[in-house]
Design a protein around this ligand. Sequence first.
Ligand SMILES: Nc1ncnc2c1ncn2[C@@H]1O[C@H](COP(=O)(O)OP(=O)(O)O)[C@@H](O)[C@H]1O
Ligand SMILES: [Mg+2]
Length: 232
Amino acid sequence: MFSKKKNVENSERPGLVVLNKPSSVVSEQFRTIRTNIQFSMIDETLRTIVVSSAGPSSGKSTVSANLAATFASEEKKILLVDADLRKPTVHKTFKVRNHDGLTTLLTDRNTNLEDVIYRTHKDGLYILTSGAIPPNPAELLASKRMEEIKQEMLDYFDMIIFDMPPLLAVTDAQVMASKTDGVLFVIPKGKANKDEIFKAKDLLEKVQANVLGAILNRVDKSDDSYYYYYGE
Ligand SMILES: Nc1ncnc2c1ncn2[C@@H]1O[C@H](COP(=O)(O)OP(=O)(O)O)[C@@H](O)[C@H]1O
Ligand SMILES: [Mg+2]
């Protein structure tokens, strides 16, 4: 059913390494992350994942998009949700319009999932952009309506990945962490401050979030980019 009208055009997208260069080292590292997450799922169902970090510009959106693309296949339908209602970027990464999106679903009961979700050029990969930026993101994400939307998404998708704002700035990611099966914590190598990481970890523990592990991301553009994963 997704999505007759909304198809993402098949053109190159710079941030999506795993689709542009499937045999690169970075793509291989994303497959390792996928494997590690799959191993951590053996005794529990892990269908909703939050991606966050302590501070801004850590690579959360880059990791979310590439991980969603890595999980997606003909058999596995994955939905990447732009739940960073402060600084949304999924529409930029996939070069689509952001007229409607998550906030439309949250505020307009007449909008259905199939009206706003885009099917991408990668088999099994679907995206939901943020929609218009609201004045009260944390409140919207904490609402009963958000829970209903998440349940509805789970009827159609095998896994949902939520791209979130940083933990220390606003409560959005903490709110979603408490309502999802697992959290991936992105740490920008060389940029992250230890105290901030511990503070963010405390915030996640306060809401009994299931922290799956941390992804170390090198965001220094002068260097080769790479990512890797620590299980817990
Ligand atoms: N591993 C990496 N190597 C090179 N550039 C990166 C890497 N990860 C992120 N970037 C770049 O850094 C910027 C911030 O990344 P982004 O994923 O948007 O972070 P966040 O969502 O945490 O704000 C973007 O311009 C992105 O393309
Ligand atoms: Mg982001």
